[in-house]
Design a protein around this ligand. Structure first.
Ligand SMILES: Cc1ncc(COP(=O)(O)O)c(C=O)c1O
Length: 349
């Protein structure tokens, strides 16, 4: 289905897939092999393929951005390659050489470059995925895998746009525990979060804020974002203690914030402390970070049916500054002194 490029506000997130995909396979004997770029279409999978039963599956999420002068850029793809390999090791799957990952990305994005939407805030979402395809019933690592990349032109992640969102604080259901797989990107984490997500959605909230699995007190992360609390000139974010995903946007925001002159604290922070500090005005802003939405201002938290408004439900100065700086680098509008953006191709090549 051809996406509505004449009205990109209708693009949504993940609704449209491009004409092509990248696909290679792996066996323990041959290593990685296969054709690479091919026409998008259904794959034939044995119903006993182990990913379907035992969830041996990992993925990544990144974006390609069109610049005003006709370049297609991707943001920190090496970090996605490394994170995918960390996920692979944790799930007993084969690693993908970083050069192969980056070449695959270049090949497929170049092939479907005309699908990259050009309007402000739009991009081409890139979904590298690996699944165990060996057919068997039993819990053990597969000996055959498939790695593929899908592309999807996307608009703004939240229907609210760059406006504050309300977040439901989940007290009982947890996303991940230390020692589990919360710090890698595997489908099971997201399947496990659906129930809490639906609960929040029925109550009218876009996202869930998870607390730690042991004490249900410490802030972890939102379903698809890391979180930051702004205390004036200081940004506080939970540490990477093994149950939250090490977000690439999170790393980027920490670096940008330090360079702007904000103080960063990576430390445990309890929900009681957050709610108190919202009420006494010490927390001046809150935002989430992730590839899908870049930076999402948070306007209020809902905890035990009570609403805690942050910055009067307005986008704050720090949040906007971080958003502008990040987005301007991603879209090639500002110089990138960090070497984060990689040019994939030109639209007119
Ligand atoms: C659970 C979770 N946390 C955090 C993030 C943010 O990670 P990144 O900034 O690399 O997109 C994501 C998004 O991928 C996520 O799914």
């Amino acid at each position: 289905m051809r996406p509505p490029y004449d009205d990109t506000s209708k693009l949504g997130f993940g609704k449209y897939l491009t004409d092509h995909m990248y696909l290679i396979k792996y066996t323990n004997e041959r290593g990685w092999y296969g054709e690479g770029v091919k026409k998008y279409g259904p794959m034939v999978l044995d119903p006993a393929a182990c990913a379907l039963h035992y969830s041996q599956e990992i993925f990544e999420g990144m974006k390609a951005y069109a610049t005003k002068d006709g370049k297609i850029l991707v943001f920190r793809p090496e970090d996605n390659a490394r994170r995918m390999n960390r996920s692979a090791v944790r799930l007993c799957m084969p690693e993908i050489p970083e050069e192969l990952f980056l070449q695959a990305l270049t090949d497929i994005v170049t092939k479907d470059k005309q699908w990259v939407p050009r309007d402000c805030g739009t991009s081409l979402y890139i979904r590298p995925t690996m699944i165990g395809i060996e057919p068997f019933l039993g819990v053990k690592p597969a000996s055959e895998y498939c790695f593929y990349i899908l592309l999807s032109p996307v608009g703004a992640y939240y229907k609210e746009g760059f406006n504050p969102i309300g977040i439901y604080v989940e007290e009982t259901l947890v996303r991940a525990a230390i020692g589990g797989v919360g710090d890698v990107k595997t489908g099971g984490n997201y399947a496990a979060s659906l129930f809490a997500g639906e609960k929040a959605r029925k109550k009218g909230f876009a996202q869930v804020l998870y607390l730690d699995a042991r004490e249900h007190r410490y802030i972890e992360e939102v379903g698809s974002m890391n979180v930051f609390f702004v205390y004036g000139n200081k940004l506080v974010t939970p540490p990477l203690n093994g149950s939250i995903l090490p977000g690439i946007t999170r790393y980027s925001v920490i670096r940008l914030a330090e360079d702007i002159g904000y103080q960063i604290e990576e430390r445990l922070i309890t929900i009681e402390e957050v709610l108190n500090d919202i009420e006494n005005g010490k927390i001046t802003e809150m935002f989430g970070t992730g590839t899908a939405a870049a930076i999402s201002p948070v306007g209020y938290l809902n905890y035990r049916e009570k609403e805690y408004r942050i910055n009067n439900n307005q986008v704050g100065e720090v949040t906007r500054k971080m958003y502008d700086r990040l987005i301007n680098i991603q879209y090639g509008r500002e110089k990138d002194p960090y070497g984060w953006v990689r040019e994939i191709c030109r639209l007119d090549d």
